[in-house]
Design a protein around this ligand. Structure first.
Ligand code: PGA
Length: 259
């Protein structure tokens, strides 16, 4: 476990109506009543339509709100787009950028994720940049190249923008939603690569502030094996974040491993 405050983020994906989301958020809050937020940070990322309701349920609480995507532009004729300012107005402090499902189904390129990172920084949202290799990359031994290509926007980001305000989630695409998480030893190698690459460009001090998460079939059974890794600071959770009890269990597991 690293010396940084652990972060547990739940990505609800395209699940929950606004009412269901508000209920889920309140249930999580109730289950985390005695957890000291100084020891762990927890974030939930509902769909856009549920941000306001979930945000109201979480107001003045230690559970933070995140969005699943952001438009690169701040306003204008972009039908269907949701800007950073709108997310902030809903109470968001985090935003996922470049999730593999957006890269895969929405054709999101590295250039687009770079623009979204800049958009997040412009309005003070903390981006969670998701990177991870496909099964084909993995089988061809291209994991490092694939991960570094997706990490490149953060490697090019100015050092000021990086200070205390960026999170990277390593999510092997083949592990997402599959029930088969990566081997911790394999995740450790990629986490080291990410940490080293950030250090080379931004120096040890600044890159030491970037929190690094693992994502892909995280469960209460396997979370500690990832939290035990030196370079990892937490987890990004999909399926298991949709049940309040399970998500609360994950947050507690991270809390009990706090530095
Ligand atoms: P999963 O999803 O936990 O359901 O594998 C993780 C993610 O997509 O962030």
């Amino acid at each position: 476990m690293s010396p940084r405050r652990p972060l547990v983020a739940g990505n609800w994906k395209m699940n929950t109506t606004p009412q269901q989301g508000a209920e889920l958020a309140s249930d999580i809050l109730n289950l985390l009543g005695d957890v000291d937020p100084r020891g762990v940070e927890a974030v939930v990322c509902p769909p856009f339509t549920g941000l306001m309701e979930a945000g109201c349920a979480l107001e003045n609480s230690a559970l933070a709100l995140g969005a699943q995507d952001i438009h690169p532009e701040s306003h204008g004729a972009y039908t269907g787009g949701i800007s950073g300012q709108m997310l902030v107005a809903c109470g968001c402090s985090y935003v996922l950028v470049g999730h593999s499902e957006r890269r895969l189904y929405e054709g999101e390129t590295v250039a687009v994720t770079a623009a979204k990172l800049r958009a997040a920084h412009r309005v003070g949202l903390i981006p969670v940049l998701c990177v991870g290799e496909s099964v084909e990359d993995r089988q061809a031994g291209r994991t490092p190249d694939a991960v570094l290509a997706q990490l490149s926007p953060l490697l090019e980001q100015s050092a000021i923008d990086l200070a205390g305000s960026a999170v990277v989630a390593y999510e092997p695409v083949w592990a997402i939603g599959s029930g088969a998480a990566a081997e911790p030893a394999d995740a450790a190698v990629v986490a080291r690569l990410i940490r080293r690459s950030l250090e080379e460009v931004h120096g040890k001090h600044l890159s030491g502030e970037v929190r690094l998460l693992y994502g892909g079939s995280v469960s209460p059974q396997n979370i500690s094996t990832f939290l035990d890794l030196e370079d990892l600071d937490g987890v990004l959770v999909g399926g298991a974040s949709l049940r309040a009890e399970t998500f609360a269990q994950l947050v507690r597991a991270a809390w009990s491993e706090r530095p």
